[in-house]
Design a protein around this ligand. Structure first.
Ligand SMILES: [Fe+2]
Ligand SMILES: [Fe+2]
Length: 194
């Protein structure tokens, strides 16, 4: 079952529990296209490319569900999250319920919104593809320039995007989640480095 739901998602078929509008599915298709292209450029195997596409299709599978219905599904460490962030851990919980035991993929889906210090290559790529996909209309030239540097300069691009998002949050007086700070610290140079 776990393999099936991931294999189906790699082909663009969402699980029966998904709640995603047609516009959302277009976003998912664009994210999947980017991740597939990046995985191919990195020389990953066909199986790994399929896994990256599956993470893309699944990350917002519950983005259009009622957050109040999602809150009871998420693990205790996510239960107090703001409503709009619950779709990540809720989708991961559903996938786990379907038998998916790919912890790195589950973490990538759960933390695609805020980041996490233990995100791996796939997790970082999903975070970036979600933010850089060409359907996003805010600052399109900056996004296009960052996309053009992917995947070769993925570490630098990830640091630039996470830094920009943190500056935006701080600039608007909003709180940072500890997972986001941990994500930044996992990417940043140490304070004593030149
Ligand atoms: Fe999302
Ligand atoms: Fe998304």
């Amino acid at each position: 079952m776990g393999a099936d739901v991931v294999a189906d998602a790699a082909g663009g078929r969402l699980p029966p529990w998904a709640e995603a509008t047609p516009a959302r599915r277009e976003h998912l298709a664009r994210v999947a296209e980017l991740l597939d292209r990046w995985a191919a450029a990195l020389g990953l195997s066909d199986a790994e490319r399929a896994r990256w596409r599956a993470a893309a299709w699944l990350h917002d599978a519950l983005r259009d569900a009622d957050p109040a219905a999602l809150r009871p599904l998420v693990p205790p460490e996510c239960r107090g999250w703001p409503a709009l962030l619950l779709h990540g851990p809720a989708a991961a919980a559903r996938l786990r319920g379907d038998g998916c035991a790919d912890e790195a993929l589950l973490r990538a889906v759960a933390y695609h919104t805020i980041g996490h210090p233990e995100l791996d290559e796939l997790g970082g790529a999903l975070y970036l593809a979600d933010f850089l996909e060409p359907g996003r209309t805010f600052e399109p030239l900056w996004r296009a320039a960052l996309r053009a540097r992917m995947p070769a300069a993925r570490s630098a691009v990830l640091q630039e995007v996470v830094g920009a998002r943190i500056r935006h949050l701080v600039g608007s007086g909003r709180a940072l989640r500890p997972e986001t700070l941990g994500f930044w610290n996992s990417l940043a140079r140490s304070p004593v480095d030149p």
